[in-house]
Design a binder for this molecule. Structure first.
Ligand SMILES: C[S@@+](CC[C@H](N)C(=O)[O-])C[C@H]1O[C@@H](n2cnc3c(N)ncnc32)[C@H](O)[C@@H]1O
Length: 396
């Protein structure tokens, strides 16, 4: 189709697969996972939909050109050739985001500066004046991706990163990025068919993202602004249709979503964020130590992001992780518990055998996201039970 174009959705390492699934589910074509990104094709409505619906995308880029450059002059000259004065007005603002890798361009800030000069000079050549830069809130955000000598120039249709959903007004220590929280929930494969618990909820990000997923509230529901809204080809009616269509998919959820934390300050912040997301009737929030916490009975999914030791002062990391394991065994029977931590040694102190381990990053920290199934009896008992109904080898 003529009006179909290529786009790149950026994400975090480890979330490429779930983002590819999200894009496919909203109708994107030729979806291809890359490293920390997914490429896909679609029309303008798809670009709006990806921005509004994808929970695990950080930004949606629309590539406009690519070329080869091995030095700053070649970069400048190729950027200068683009007719920027036909793309935006002199009284509008712009910003450059540059990401570089490889040997030719080693300083992304310097590459961004060269690109900015070339855009400004192209305007100057036509009008004798140049548009201003606004790094916070530009009318056009231009993304320059340089991998070795290959330069790709894109318009950033998201503007501010999509993890800024619009519901989080304040945060406690070590808040989780909303995109990571949404991605972890998706990685568990939750089908919204059981209770959900985060008993170390901090600012409440994981339970809020869980409730939004379970209730089918679009990722961008609380957000006011996207980059494409100041583009000259912004189609307001098409955008409003995309919003209406996505909102029509809101769901009923018949289980409980429980958030708790032992810190009064964290609970206060989580309360404000939950209220901002209008989820105070959907998330049960309490101040409680996980070691005394009794979750809703029946099957459930628990995700926690305990202190890792690197980021928070925790006097006794050993006591904490052993305590988590003991609490799981005592009170969480029937639950699937997922724990994210960068402290791999501490995870071993849980004292349960993980049935899955996934590599993810929390900011710069390389983490494991591990699944623990808490059954009545031991892991061996469960394996024997499974064996009794199968033809496989008897567990030793
Ligand atoms: C890394 S923060 C969680 C951040 C959270 N995911 C967010 O997005 O804001 C860890 C949280 O665990 C809480 N915590 C530590 N030990 C706890 C315990 N024994 N019971 C309950 N909460 C605990 C801390 O108060 C802190 O809020």
């Amino acid at each position: 189709m003529e009006d179909t174009f290529k786009m790149v959705a950026k994400t975090m390492a480890g979330l490429e697969g779930v983002l590819a699934e999200e894009l496919t589910s909203i109708g994107a074509q030729n979806v291809e996972p890359l490293y920390r990104a997914v490429s896909f094709e679609g029309d303008k409505a798809m670009m709006y939909r990806a921005n509004y619906c994808c929970r695990t995308a950080l930004r949606i880029l629309k590539p406009i050109t690519s070329f080869v450059a091995r030095n700053e002059l070649a970069l400048y000259n190729n950027i200068f050739k683009i007719k920027w004065h036909e793309i935006f007005n002199i009284n509008e603002t712009f910003a450059i985001d540059a990401v570089t890798s490889g040997n030719y361009f080693t300083h992304s800030q310097y590459a961004a500066l060269k690109v900015k000069d070339a855009v400004a000079d192209e305007f100057r050549e036509h009008f004798g004046a140049r548009p201003s830069v606004d790094v916070e809130n530009p009318d056009l955000r231009i993304n320059v991706h340089i991998e070795n000598e290959k330069v790709t120039v894109s318009f950033d249709s998201s503007g501010e990163s999509l993890h800024k959903r619009g519901y989080r007004k304040s945060v406690d220590k070590a808040p989780m990025n909303e995109v990571l929280a949404a991605g972890l929930i998706k990685l568990t494969g939750w089908k919204y068919d059981c209770n959900f618990v985060d008993c170390m909820c901090g600012s409440g990000t994981i339970p809020i993202e869980a409730a939004m997923q379970a209730l089918g509230i679009p990722a961008g529901f609380f957000r006011k602004k996207w980059g494409f809204m100041t583009w000259h080809d912004f189609d307001k009616e098409l955008w409003q249709n995309v919003v209406l269509e996505a909102g029509a998919e809101m769901e009923e959820f018949d289980y409980e979503i429980v958030a708790s934390d032992r810190s009064a300050k964290a609970v206060e912040i989580a309360k404000a964020n939950i209220e901002n997301a209008h989820l105070h009737h959907d998330i049960k929030l309490t101040k409680q130590d996980m070691f005394e916490m009794v979750p809703p009975p029946g099957a459930g999914l628990m995700i926690i992001n305990p202190p890792y030791g690197e980021r928070l002062e925790e006097r006794d990391i050993v006591k904490l992780y052993k305590g988590i394991g003991d609490a799981l065994k005592k009170n969480f029977k029937g639950y699937e518990a997922w724990i994210i931590s960068s402290n791999k040694d501490a995870l071993k102190l849980i004292g349960l055998k993980p049935s899955k381990k996934i590599d993810v990053y929390n900011g710069p920290l390389e983490c494991k996201f591990e699944k623990f199934e808490v059954f009545e009896g031991s892991y061996k008992d469960k394996k024997i039970k499974e064996y009794e109904g199968s033809d496989g080898p008897r567990p030793s």
